[in-house]
Ligand binder design. Structure first.
Ligand SMILES: Nc1ncnc2c1ncn2[C@@H]1O[C@H](COP(=O)(O)OP(=O)(O)OP(=O)(O)O)[C@@H](O)[C@H]1O
Length: 261
């Protein structure tokens, strides 16, 4: 089986602040990989680099074998990799449905759009149908005509997932999809992500909630101070010495090892 996403040896500094120091990870088809780590360890930066929202200083990102390290974000989406953001901000002058439609990646030339030949009209009808289906699946139909800025924070997270799915991605990258979300909505997000996996959409998810990670992820990668310190099954996290050290410090890791011995 070929690797879907292969991130190799990424280095990234902001001025003197060295954030990523040779971080590498991969996602295989069918996986939901959790990217964990303490605050400020570089998780969102790694997602930004992989999705074309930030340039690495060195290292390589390959998607389905192709080097996408220097591609801009919109080209990466067209390759089949879409993402959401930690704090999605939504426009006030567009409805939920319009925002979803605007995320459609089927591009048409200016002239063909203006003249609206049949192919463009058919593509627009297809996009509308897809948007309505996604909003329905993500329980956003009741609010689809409201201003996108007016819906709740949890609903904005669902809307950003709908927008990412408009690109029909093979890999969906989610930055803290359940942070600040009500437990009922959290359950809906968990079910949605599991259903998407069933539909063949692999996922890379930045998340702090360990219950969520155990429920959803098939594998976990832990980042600490810009370096990958663990790559393991979710159930191995709580006893992994490097994970304990990353979250609780060296003394806690030593104590855990002595207890296990
Ligand atoms: N655009 C930027 N300019 C300058 N520094 C940045 C920028 N983006 C991130 N950083 C810095 O990079 C470091 C890592 O931030 P990042 O958001 O990647 O961490 P994180 O692991 O996602 O944290 P959290 O779990 O708190 O969201 C932080 O010190 C942050 O200030």
């Amino acid at each position: 089986m070929h690797t879907l996403l292969d991130i190799q040896n990424i280095h990234k500094a902001f001025g003197g602040n060295v954030v990523l120091q040779g971080a590498s990870l991969n996602v295989m088809p069918g996986e939901i990989v959790g990217l964990l780590g303490p605050n400020g360890s570089g998780k969102s930066t790694l997602l930004n680099v992989a999705s074309g929202f930030a340039r690495s200083d060195s290292g390589e990102v390959r998607f389905q074998g192709e080097d996408i390290s220097r591609l801009p974000a919109h080209r990466i989406v067209q390759h089949g990799m879409a993402r959401t953001f930690q704090l999605p901000s939504m426009p006030s002058r567009m409805s939920v449905l319009e925002v979803t439609l605007a995320a459609d990646t089927r591009l048409h030339g200016v002239w063909s759009t203006l003249l609206r030949p049949r192919a463009v009209r058919e593509a627009e009808a297809e996009a509308l149908q897809q948007a309505n289906q996604l909003l329905d699946a993500l329980l956003l139909t009741p609010v689809k005509h409201l201003a996108a800025s007016a819906i709740s924070g949890g609903q904005k997270k669902l809307l950003s997932i709908a927008c990412a799915l408009m690109a029909r991605p093979k890999l969906l990258m989610l930055d803290e999809p359940t942070a600040g979300v009500h437990p009922n909505l959290r359950r809906d997000i968990v079910q949605t992500l599991q259903r998407l996996r069933g539909q063949g959409i692999s996922q890379l998810i930045v998340e702090h909630d360990m219950h969520f990670v155990r429920e959803v992820c098939t594998r976990c990668v832990v980042l600490d101070r810009g370096q990958i310190v663990a790559d393991c099954k979710p159930e191995e996290l709580s006893s992994h010495p490097q994970v304990i050290e990353a979250y609780l410090g060296r003394a806690a890791a030593d104590a855990a090892q002595m207890k296990a011995a």
